[in-house]
Design a binder for this molecule. Structure first.
Ligand SMILES: [Cu+2]
Length: 165
């Protein structure tokens, strides 16, 4: 199945990316490659749409910018993101740490046709809207980024600040 293939590939990528940054070994490892399984990430966890009280609309532009490019959320908040591609080329909305996104973007530059999918990313064709529901249960500064080859380095990135109070 294509979904499983993608998931396995992503798992391999995630393994590569997270190898050097794990500070402790308490992460739960999923037993299967079920794409709907919720896995705790350093930047939060997949959220339930029915607990999202806030929707944030983000535009994705061919000028390699997100509008807005800065989002403040509260610790524990579940947010529904609607990522609208108002341009003419494919864009992505990927939530992560700066380190994770940088490593992932570098990988996408080397393997531009690599398919990837996860609950914290949306691939949005021109004129379409993608949706992510994410629970920010870890405080800190994170990013949302487009990891299409060349877009991240062109500045297609925004900041998410998760305040602990
Ligand atoms: Cu893009």
């Amino acid at each position: 199945m294509q979904t499983n293939k993608r998931t396995l590939m992503l798992a391999a990528v995630a393994g590569l990316l997270s190898g050097g940054v794990r500070a402790h070994g308490d992460e739960k490892h999923p037993k299967s490659a079920d794409p709907v399984q919720k896995e705790q990430k350093d930047w939060g966890i997949a959220g339930n749409a029915n607990t999202a009280r806030r929707t944030i609309d983000v535009k994705m532009l061919d000028t390699m910018r997100f509008v807005p490019d800065r989002i403040d959320v509260k610790l524990g908040e579940t947010v529904r993101f609607t990522a609208r591609n108002t341009g003419k080329v494919m864009h992505e909305f990927v939530i992560g740490t700066k380190a994770e996104n940088e490593a992932h973007a570098a990988l996408m530059l080397r393997f531009p046709t690599m398919e990837h999918d996860a609950p914290y990313m949306a691939h949005v064709p021109p004129g379409k809207t993608g949706q992510i529901v994410w629970t920010f249960n870890r405080p800190g500064e994170f990013e949302f980024a487009c990891l299409i080859a060349g877009h991240y380095s062109a500045g297609m990135v925004g900041n998410i600040l998760v305040a602990s109070k």
